[in-house]
Each structure stands twice: as structure tokens, then as C-alpha cells.
Design a protein around this ligand. Structure first.
Ligand code: SAJ
Length: 416
């Protein structure tokens, strides 16, 4: 029988925590979001948002207005706790679990018998067991599933998200969810929480398989993008148009090659496969190589830019796009930002940047001191080398006649 979910505390109000909190709250669950960022807490309590994600502003505004969502910097009692904090990797590609550990320490004092703790952050296999250990270290008066199994006071589960930035509000509701309980009862309690707002199927498994499934999904994508990126470098060498080649090959009923680009960015695909590599270095050969191929792509782009610049007396390079993918403002781990920075470093005074989704340059580029953020017409009138890095809609609409006189290096196949 399902338990009615009345109150949930979401720890971490970022790109995943905030939409999840708002989605549950909009269905009448009393949600308290906890974040260490005081400014974000204030903004959310005003019914506004501190990140850019389509439709999220309206969802949060509504949830706060009906009195079901509020934010705080201090954890408080709830029926269920959902942890959605970042898991970056450390210098050696080992997952950095310090945010999860800090979240555990912060909720431990308010935990009560009967509570459910869900981990959503992308995590290595074994992370949920580790979280249970941290919580039990802090609360020896309570029992946890790794000690007491189905008889434990606290239920624990790992439930990864798989939403696509830019479509988070829709995908949160419609995607199927993997629900990995540390025991069967743990999984069932977690399904009750997700069923308050998820229309997709909630598929039950154990916590370790659920942890691995999240990393597997992103590694699958990384390997496939690496295949496209490797093809693009092979085709460059053989003077074949890779975009045409992929379109032709994809006419095969069982072939579906992804698109090459300047590299892989974002906070997920460029990060998560390393967790598999660091857990199983001997076996994860293909996954490691894919990461290396994708990481090398910006250097390939730079080689193209250097070759073009060497042909001109006064090269002026316009980089089109900084975001990690099309039609979003997110610059995290973006290969385009690194490419622009390297051009500014190697060819001072020669670089313009066009990024319609931002108003000021990120600190990393501002620091260079010689990069100008300009609009499309300015870039087209001043530059003699045009470098296409992100296929934003605004860029796809540039007329081919505007590019006639330029050296065009198109990493997204948008100006064919
Ligand atoms: N990219 C290419 N070629 C392609 C597709 C993507 O170069 O054909 C590049 C993009 O430009 C970008 C990067 O890959 O730099 C990642 O973009 P993406 O759209 O594939 O994925 P993300 O990082 O925005 O979101 C991913 C999604 N994972 C999968 O598709 C397996 C999303 O469902 C996950 O929820 C998210 O990671 C996450 O949080 O892990």
C-alpha cells in the first residue's frame, strides 16, 4: 500500500533540485528547499528563480504562491529528504563526494524514525551505502538499511534524474524513473514520492544498479559523440564532408550517428563517464578513450584556427557561440569557452565573441582583457575568420552571402 507523501525536503536547489522541488510542490506536497546559497534562497522565496530554464519561473512562482514551496538555509524535519547536490570530479577524475557528505551532516540532526532519504546526485556505485554510513555515524540512535535491512528506522534509495537541460520541466514529469532502493521497502517508499509528480513509469531496482544506470546513460552518449568527433577528424584528413557522410550513413535503418562538434561540454556527459573509469580502470577502455577523443577535439579546432590565421596578414577571428550546446545560456564545461580563451591567449587582439544568450563575458574570458563580446552584424563586418562553435538558431539564419568573403571554420555543420 502506498504511503501518502505530505512533506519533502530537497537539499540543493540547483538545476535539478529546484525543478524537482517545484514539481512536487505544484502537486500539493509541502516542500522545503535547502541551499547554502542565501541569495538563491531569498530569490526563490520571492517566487523567482536564480537559474535559466524554460517554464521553470512559472512553476516556481505558482508553487510559492500556493504556499507549498519555500526555501531555507537550515534543514528542518520532513517525511522524506531528497539530496540533489553536485558531484564534480577531483583532479585525478575521482568523484568528489564532499557535497553529499556535507548534505548528510546537515540533515542528520533532523532525521526521525520512519523517514526516507533519497540520493539523486550522479554518484559512483556504492554512494548510497556510503551516505547511509555517514548518516548512521551521525545518528547511532537510528538504524539504517545496511545494518537492519527491511527493519531499519530510515529508508534509503538512489533515484537518478535524466532530464535534458532546456526541457527539464517537461522531462521531469514525463520521463521514466529508475528507483533504486537499498531494500524492497525503501524502493516502494521512494516510488510514492516520485508518483506525486511523475507521469512516466517508476521502475524499481537496487541502489547499486540505479547508480550505475545513470553513469551508463551518459557514457553511452559520450561514446557515441566521440564516434562522431573521431569521424570528423578522419574526414578532415581525407577531404570528405563529414555532415554529408553522416546523413548518408544514417539512411541505414540501424545506423544513427550523432553530430560532431567542438567537444563535449555541460556538467554531465563530460564528467560522469570518468566515475566508471575510476571505478574500473582495467575494464573501462572504450569509455576512457571516448572521453579522451572528446577532450582532444578543442585542440583540433585550435589547429584549424591557427592554420587559417597563418594565411592572413591581419587575422580577426569571430567565435560564434560560447554555450555548451545550442539555444541555452549554460557555459559550464563548455569547450567553446576554452577555445576562445586559447585563441585570445595565442593571438591577442584578434578575437571577437558572439553569444546572444549572455550580456557579459565569463570571468575566464574577461580576464584575458582582449576579447570583445559583439553582436552578429559587428562580428560579420569586422572578422575575416568565422569560427562556428554553437549551432544557436540565430547563427543558423546567417545568409551564406554574408560569409562569402570569409574563411569559415564550421564545427557544427550549420553553414553548409
Ligand atoms: N553533443 C555533440 N553532438 C551531439 C550531441 C551532443 O557534440 O550529437 C554535445 C553537446 O554540444 C554538448 C554535450 O554533447 O556539449 C552534451 O549535450 P547533450 O544535449 O547530449 O546532453 P546534456 O549534457 O545537456 O544532458 C545530458 C543528457 N543525457 C543523455 O542524453 C544521456 C540528459 O538526459 C541528462 O539528464 C543530463 O546529461 C544529466 O544531468 O546527466
Amino acid at each position: 500500500m502506498s504511503t501518502q507523501v505530505v512533506s519533502v525536503s530537497v537539499i540543493g536547489l540547483g538545476y535539478i533540485g529546484l525543478p524537482t522541488a517545484a514539481a512536487m510542490a505544484s502537486r500539493g506536497v509541502k516542500v522545503v528547499g535547502i541551499d547554502v546559497n542565501q541569495k538563491a534562497v531569498e530569490i526563490i522565496n520571492q517566487g523567482r528563480i536564480h537559474i535559466v530554464e524554460p517554464e521553470l519561473d512559472e512553476l516556481v512562482r505558482h508553487a510559492v504562491k500556493i504556499g507549498c514551496l519555500r526555501a531555507s538555509t537550515t534543514p528542518e524535519k520532513a517525511q522524506a529528504f531528497l539530496i540533489a547536490v553536485p558531484t564534480p570530479f577531483k583532479g585525478d577524475h575521482e568523484p568528489d563526494m564532499s557535497y553529499i557528505e556535507a548534505a548528510a551532516r546537515s540533515i542528520a540532526p533532523v532525521l526521525e524514525k520512519g523517514n526516507l532519504v533519497i540520493l539523486e546526485s550522479t554518484s559512483p556505485v556504492g554512494a548510497t551505502e556510503q551516505l547511509a554510513q555517514w548518516l548512521s555515524d551521525a545518528r547511532p540512535d537510528l538504524t539504517f538499511p545496511h545494518q537492519a535491512g527491511e527493519a531499519s528506522d530510515i529508508r534509503m534509495a538512489y533515484c537518478p534524474e535524466r532530464v535534458l537541460p532546456g526541457y527539464v520541466v517537461k522531462e521531469l514529469v514525463n520521463n521514466d524513473r529508475v528507483i533504486g532502493g537499498m531494500t524492497g521497502k525503501c524502493a516502494k517508499r521512494a516510488v510514492d514520492v516520485y508518483k506525486t509528480f511523475v507521469k512516466g513509469e517508476c521502475v524499481i531496482t537496487d541502489a547499486r544498479t540505479a547508480e550505475m544506470s545513470k553513469m551508463t546513460e551518459n557514457a553511452f552518449r559520450d561514446v557515441n559523440i566521440a564516434f562522431a568527433n573521431e569521424l570528423s577528424m578522419i574526414c578532415d584528413n581525407l577531404a570528405i564532408d563529414v555532415w554529408e557522410l553522416i546523413a548518408l550513413a544514417n539512411r541505414h535503418p540501424r545506423v544513427n550517428i550523432l553530430q560532431p562538434g567542438p567537444g563535449v561540454g555541460g556538467h554531465c556527459i563530460a564528467v560522469d563517464p570518468w566515475f566508471i573509469v575510476s571505478a574500473a580502470p582495467k575494464q573501462a577502455k572504450l569509455i576512457r578513450t571516448a572521453r579522451e577523443v572528446n577532450n582532444r577535439k578543442p585542440e583540433f579546432v585550435l589547429e584549424k584556427v591557427r592554420a587559417a590565421a597563418s594565411k592572413l596578414k591581419y587575422p580577426k577571428i569571430a567565435c560564434f557561440g560560447l554555450a555548451f550546446k545550442a539555444n541555452i545560456d549554460d557555459l559550464r564545461e563548455s569547450p567553446s569557452v576554452e577555445i576562445a580563451r586559447r585563441i585570445a591567449e595565442e593571438m591577442p587582439g584578434c578575437i571577437l565573441v558572439v553569444e546572444p544568450f549572455i550580456e557579459i563575458l565569463p570571468e575566464k574570458l574577461e580576464k584575458e582583457g582582449n576579447i570583445r563580446l559583439v553582436d552578429i552584424p559587428t562580428a560579420l563586418s569586422e572578422a575575416n575568420i568565422v569560427l562556428g562553435l554553437v549551432d544557436h538558431n540565430q547563427f543558423k539564419n546567417i545568409a551564406s552571402t554574408d560569409l562569402n568573403e570569409k574563411i569559415v571554420i564550421d564545427m557544427r555543420g550549420m553553414w553548409k
